[in-house]
Design a binder for this molecule. Structure first.
Ligand SMILES: Nc1nc2c(ncn2[C@@H]2O[C@H](COP(=O)(O)OP(=O)(O)OP(=O)(O)O)[C@@H](O)[C@H]2O)c(=O)[nH]1
Ligand SMILES: [Mg+2]
Length: 450
């Protein structure tokens, strides 16, 4: 049964806007075939077979374009409704004229962002995690993001969460039967056995959550911050990594004031690198300045705290490594000494990677090290799928709390209520449990035409 009664026929440009070889307009809803027949003056469309036909303006009787059209009858279509795709020549004029005509057809209107996929969800063509994966696949910029989105679209998360819901549902049915009709032969009832199962499930959920947030990191991009003393070469490094001039480089210490970001693809992993203001603690206390550098340093330190990985960059031409940067060393840092091309330069820190951003010396090695750390941080190895959104994680944590509470419940009735709440929390992830505001939030982030 459909999750909601949908009446309107929606249309939108499904391909990227602007000049292109081909642009695809998608129409979904009960009147989509009727409008195709009216605009093409043909009635012989075969399901899922392409037909080349002129589309004629219904009022001016001029041809808008010769289009390749496809008709996908519901319910076996993307949205679950009748869908028509118009493959047009990709000019603004054609697309605008075609959309203008389509929205004037009876019952037609422009689609809202994500509305096609929302209808697919409402017509049970996919669950919420698969719908989210559609958006992730469209946004995927690297190979690992593509693979994660595809796995999720194929039901990797749904299978796991539906399996857990089903386990809870069986346990609950058992417990409720026991509450209604207690078994005289078993004085302690079904509760101990059920709680044992729910403890096992809690352990499974905990293990799934204990994943270093790799699914979310992969979806959003791994945050790498470059930190170091003024003039160490941080801005030079971000420019070299991004292969373009994103940040200003100069020999004036304190050039970079704000955080500057660049999106990179390192061996298929999405990375957001940030260049930061040089760390010069005395500047924070200094008076008589405009305070801009101090604010920049404050932001740099904030970035250091939020980063998944830190590149701590030292200037090899100075005698002592910068103590303030040394202070930031932890498990999530990679030590790099720069300016090794300079005759005065030495690798002032044992174990650090000696590079010259200026000549490019050892930059491939630095990328290799970075790649290795990224693999450790986000690679899925043989483990199952990971939650990819904070909302998944929060719902699972809530389910876990409920299971722990059930374990401590004094009465079977109270344990049953906690198991029910755990099941609801998991059901919210896949959309089994409806929540209109949640749907609005999820589909708002989609592009129009998807
Ligand atoms: N010899 C040499 N000079 C370098 C190298 N990398 C950067 N520099 C120079 O060092 C100076 C400072 O470089 P930046 O990249 O602006 O340094 P920064 O760390 O961003 O400095 P702030 O923004 O002030 O914190 C510039 O004159 C660069 O040309 C290198 O590998 N070798
Ligand atoms: Mg700089």
């Amino acid at each position: 049964m459909s999750r909601s009664g949908v009446k309107n026929t929606i249309c939108a440009l499904a391909s990227a806007p602007g000049r292109a070889g081909i642009s695809v307009l998608r129409v979904s809803g009960p009147q989509s075939l009727e409008s195709l027949q009216r605009l093409s003056q043909r009635h012989d469309f075969m399901p899922r077979l392409a037909s080349l036909c002129p589309i004629t303006h219904p009022v001016f009787h001029q041809i808008i374009d010769r289009a390749l059209v496809l008709f996908f009858p519901g319910p076996a279509s993307y949205t679950g409704e009748d869908v028509v795709e118009y493959h047009l020549h990709g000019s603004r004029a054609v697309v605008d004229a075609m959309l203008d005509v389509l929205v004037r057809q009876p019952g037609h209107r422009l689609a809202a962002p994500g509305e096609f996929t929302r209808r697919a969800f409402e017509n049970e063509r996919m669950d919420l995690t698969a719908a989210e994966a559609v958006a992730d696949l469209i946004d995927a910029e690297t190979e690992t993001q593509r693979l994660q989105a595809l796995a999720q679209m194929g039901g990797a998360l749904s299978r796991l969460y539906n399996g857990w819901s089903a386990q809870l549902s069986r346990a609950l049915a058992h417990l409720e039967a026991d509450i209604e009709f207690p078994d005289e032969d078993l004085p302690s009832g079904a509760l101990p056995g059920i709680l044992e199962q729910s403890r096992a499930l809690a352990a499974e959920i905990s293990a799934h959550l204990d994943d270093n947030r790799r699914g979310e990191r992969l979806r959003e991009g791994v945050h790498v911050a470059i930190l170091g003393a003024p003039n160490a070469g941080k801005s030079s490094l971000i420019n070299a990594l991004a292969r373009r001039n994103v940040a200003i480089v100069s020999d004036i210490a304190g050039t970079t004031r704000d955080v500057i970001e660049a999106h990179l693809n390192i061996g298929g992993y999405p990375v957001i690198v940030s260049d930061t203001a040089g760390l010069r603690p005395e500047e924070i206390e200094a008076t008589g300045h405009d305070g801009l550098e101090a604010e920049g340093i404050r932001r740099a330190i904030e970035r250091a705290g939020e980063a998944d990985l830190k590149i701590l960059l030292f200037d090899g031409t100075v005698d002592m490594p910068d103590p303030y940067t040394l202070n930031l060393i932890d498990d999530a840092s990679l030590l790099v000494v720069n300016k090794m091309d300079d005759v005065l330069s030495k690798n002032i820190i044992e174990g650090a990677i000696p590079v010259s951003v200026k000549t490019g010396h050892n930059l491939p090695l630095l990328l290799e090290f970075l790649h290795e750390r990224l693999v450790k941080l986000v690679s899925s190895d043989s483990r199952g799928p990971s939650p990819t959104r904070r909302r998944h994680r929060e719902a699972l944590e809530e389910a876990l709390d409920c299971l722990h509470r059930a374990d401590k419940a004094d009465l079977p009735e109270l344990a049953a209520e906690d198991l029910r709440l755990a099941m609801r929390a998991i059901g919210r992830i896949t959309g089994q449990v409806d929540a209109e505001d949640l749907l609005d939030m999820i589909f708002r982030d989609f592009c129009i035409g998807k």
